[in-house]
Design a protein around this ligand. Structure first.
Ligand code: GLA
Length: 406
């Protein structure tokens, strides 16, 4: 049974908003006027505060905090990264449920390619991924008879748009607040030929926190020439709090009867296979760790879960993709999306050398992602839903991460 957050800490929440606003370098928007703040409840108080997060290559970068009086989300315009998500447990105790780094330097260092061998590699904590989320086999695809060659940054694959992709760019930020929601719109223009992809793409990602504890992520993109596009967010969740250890005991349901099996390069074979009878069957909630050590070959290849699930849907629109629950804290995450697939990744490559936001290291299974997406390697798989974007069309996609107490 799903419940809203407990009505604890109303006055504490109000204080938190005030102190946030006070420490903020600039309060860029405050929907709630003084009259709203003076109401007995802060349920409908939304705000955005801004502070400097440093500079990268001489460009200033900010950290924006979206708050609704119950929960708050930190987002930086470097890489469109969700840096932290603070949500209460069933007793109102707050924890940051998103893995990340304390400062900008942490992200920039982890984005340098190539990463030292033996470590976690580029983790893409919280990042906006473009122009093509997940893998393109052999760094190559053919579109309208022309073969495009992309830099290979994951063995022979191109992963998450290649090196120095959208997760490393400084996006233009436009915060706004209206009654009931606080938004941060980030825009980036990807030049024609960037990382080998054709067409200038003008992209935006808009994060909106509403008063029902939903974080909406809306993507929009247009192109000057035929190209391929696949956008996602790469937040790693740990509903017990980042740095608190493994998510193995946290429960997950994925609304998918099928998945796309992979080869040894983590590239889909092209087959769409039933999950029934395999450890990838998450149709009914089960602990993430229950089957993770199974000798099932798909888990051996990926060192755990790192697959694309085909979301059950009967038509276009927002549908339930997944639900995750931490039974100990009660924190629950419901994921809805307009996308056809979701990559559930169990943090298999986290190697224990990265020190996260709370000063603790991240090890294998210390977080999980639910990357809503088109299927990996779609440009080379004609039987997968198309990722082609043509001039005159616009790419639109929405994902909602909704928080509650389960
Ligand atoms: C995605 C991939 C994983 C891994 C992570 C980043 O989730 O599917 O294999 O590369 O990104 O570490």
């Amino acid at each position: 049974m799903k419940r809203a957050f407990p009505r604890v800490g109303t006055s504490r929440a109000a204080t938190a908003i005030c102190s946030l606003a006070m420490v903020a370098a600039a309060v860029t928007a405050l929907a709630a006027s003084a009259s709203a703040l003076s109401r007995p409840s802060v349920h409908h108080t939304v705000s955005i505060s801004t502070r400097s997060f440093g500079t990268v290559a001489g460009q200033p970068v900010d950290l924006y905090t979206l708050s609704n009086g119950h929960m708050r989300v930190n987002i930086t315009n470097y890489g469109g990264i969700v840096q932290a998500i603070y949500v209460p447990d069933r007793f109102g105790r707050m924890a940051n449920v998103a893995l990340g780094f304390r400062n900008l330097a942490g992200y920039v260092k982890n984005d340098v390619y190539p990463q030292p061998s033996g470590g976690s590699g580029t983790t893409y904590f919280g990042a906006t991924i473009g122009r093509y989320a997940n893998r393109i086999a052999n760094g190559s695809f053919t579109l309208n008879g022309h073969t495009y060659t992309l830099p290979q940054n994951n063995g022979t694959n191109t992963l998450h748009g290649g090196p120095n992709a959208w997760n490393t760019k400084v996006w233009t930020a436009t915060p706004s607040v209206k009654p009931g929601s606080a938004s941060l719109k980030l825009t980036y223009t990807s030049p024609d030929g960037e990382n080998g992809f054709p067409g200038t793409v003008v992209a935006s990602v808009t994060y909106t926190l509403d008063t029902s504890n939903r974080l909406h992520i809306q993507y929009h993109a247009v192109t000057s020439a035929p190209t391929v596009i696949n956008l996602t967010n790469h937040t790693y969740f740990n509903l017990a709090g980042e740095g608190s250890g493994s998510v193995r005991a946290q429960k997950l349901m994925i609304n998918a009867s099928h998945y796309t099996p992979i080869n040894a390069n983590l590239i889909p074979t092209g087959v769409v296979a039933p999950v029934a009878g395999t450890p990838l069957d998450f149709r009914t909630m089960k602990p993430i760790g229950r089957d993770i050590n199974s000798g099932f070959n798909q888990l051996v290849l990926a060192h755990g879960f790192d697959h694309n699930w085909v979301i059950n849907r009967s038509g276009p629109g927002l549908v339930l993709a997944a639900r995750a629950l931490d039974p100990a804290s009660g924190r629950e995450l419901t994921t809805l999306t307009t996308e056809p697939g979701v990559q559930f990744y169990s943090g298999n490559f986290l190697a224990g050398e990265l020190v996260g936001t709370s000063g603790r290291t991240y090890r294998q299974t210390d977080g999980f992602t639910l990357e809503t997406q088109h299927y990996p390697n779609s440009p080379n798989q004609p039987n997968f839903p198309s990722t082609v974007l043509n001039p005159g069309q616009s790419f639109n996609s929405t994902t909602i991460y909704a928080f509650s107490i389960g």
